[in-house]
Design a protein around this ligand. Structure first.
Ligand code: DOR
Ligand code: ZN
Length: 345
């Protein structure tokens, strides 16, 4: 199979950033994806509906002419978030999920949640308004081994949460471990997960091969090979609980190539080709369309996209860096190639 014609996919987890970067990130996401769920971890974070709607306008202004790309917005939960704000968010029709960052876990998460009990009323409101809770499922506790942070979060926080809020829809974002896959698989249908291309393609060796590789550093961190294999099995399983979310997260080159590199991998321009590589390597290209274009829309209660996209097995060269407005960003595979190319439509 050298060509693959699929329903146009959506990205259910992306960081578009703000300001002058938007012209670049939005174009590179919109080239392939019809819709994208936009993460709210700006500085300051997007905590109110009003802020999310203003952010949406800035994104809309950055969409290239002729593109039908639609940004789907999210709010950032803080311990000051109110149940009323959740109702306003739902009523806006523009906000499709609310993100829970444990405080200190990743980029711009310091305004996040220290104590889940403080947001129980807000979680009840999400449940009542059927607005999904999107979770960065890691403990921020520095005593916990960095490779165990997802598993411990699931045991200590997520299991009780799923039981306590029996109607709450939850997405465990960017799952990385066998434990997370098993948890989501065995949970009720209202619990789903996104999987990134980079966690499907790389294990933790990629962090240290030939020296420290800051462009492979992300949160949650890359895991052992056996976990990567579990992610692939989930992605190709045909379960609608697992769908595409790139977690494409650009950082300026200088914030990655320095003594204390930021977490985040920029994959937006090549993401679908990377997923195709993974699915092809295990003989499951026929499962790519449902994972990329059907299951996420189903979970979020949105219609499937009506147009199509053609992927061709032709190598795409990846630039060594890309413009990010005032900065440059080094994408994954910089200076290399991706085996599949999205054909211009
Ligand atoms: O690697 C990551 N980068 N993980 C996150 O959770 C946040 C993201 C970012 O915003 O840079
Ligand atoms: Zn993210």
């Amino acid at each position: 199979m050298d060509q693959l014609l699929i329903t146009r996919p959506d990205d259910w987890h992306v960081h578009l950033r703000d300001g002058v970067a938007l012209r670049h990130t939005v174009r590179e996401t919109a080239q392939c994806f019809a819709r994208a769920l936009v993460m709210p971890n700006l500085d300051p974070p997007v905590v109110t509906t009003e802020q999310a709607l203003a952010y949406r306008q800035r994104i809309l202004a950055a969409i290239p002419a002729g593109s039908a790309f639609q940004p789907l917005m999210t709010l950032y939960l803080t311990e000051e978030s109110s149940p009323e704000e959740m109702q306003t968010a739902k009523a806006s029709g523009a906000i499709h999920g609310v993100k829970l960052y444990p405080a200190g876990v990743t980029t711009h998460s310091s305004a996040g949640i220290c104590n889940l009990e403080r947001i129980y009323r807000v979680l009840e409101a999400l449940e009542a308004h059927d607005l999904p809770l999107l979770i960065h499922a890691e403990v921020a506790d520095p005593q916990v081994d960095v490779f165990d942070r997802e598993q411990i979060f699931i045991e200590r926080q997520l299991l009780p949460l799923v039981e306590r809020f029996a109607g709450l829809r939850i997405v465990v974002e960017h799952v990385t471990t066998t434990e997370a896959i098993d948890f989501v698989r065995d949970a009720p249908m209202r619990v789903a997960a996104t999987i990134t291309a980079h966690h499907l393609l790389m294990n933790r060796n990629a962090l240290l091969q030939g020296g420290i590789q800051p462009h492979h550093f992300c949160a949650p961190i890359l895991q052992r090979e056996r976990h990567r294999r579990a992610l692939i099995r989930a992605a190709i399983s045909g379960s609608p609980k697992f769908f595409l979310g790139t977690d494409s997260a650009p950082h300026p080159k200088a914030s990655k190539e320095c003594a204390c590199a930021s977490a985040g991998i920029y994959t937006a321009p090549i993401a679908l080709g990377l997923y195709a590589e993974v699915f092809e390597a295990v003989g499951a290209l026929d499962r790519l369309e449902a994972f990329s274009s059907h299951y996420g829309a189903y979970f979020y209660g949105l219609p499937r996209n009506s147009d199509t996209l053609c992927l061709q097995r032709t190598p795409t060269a990846v630039p060594s860096e890309l413009d990010l407005g005032d900065d440059v960003v080094v994408p994954l595979r910089a200076g290399g190639t991706v085996a599949w190319t999205v054909m211009a439509s």
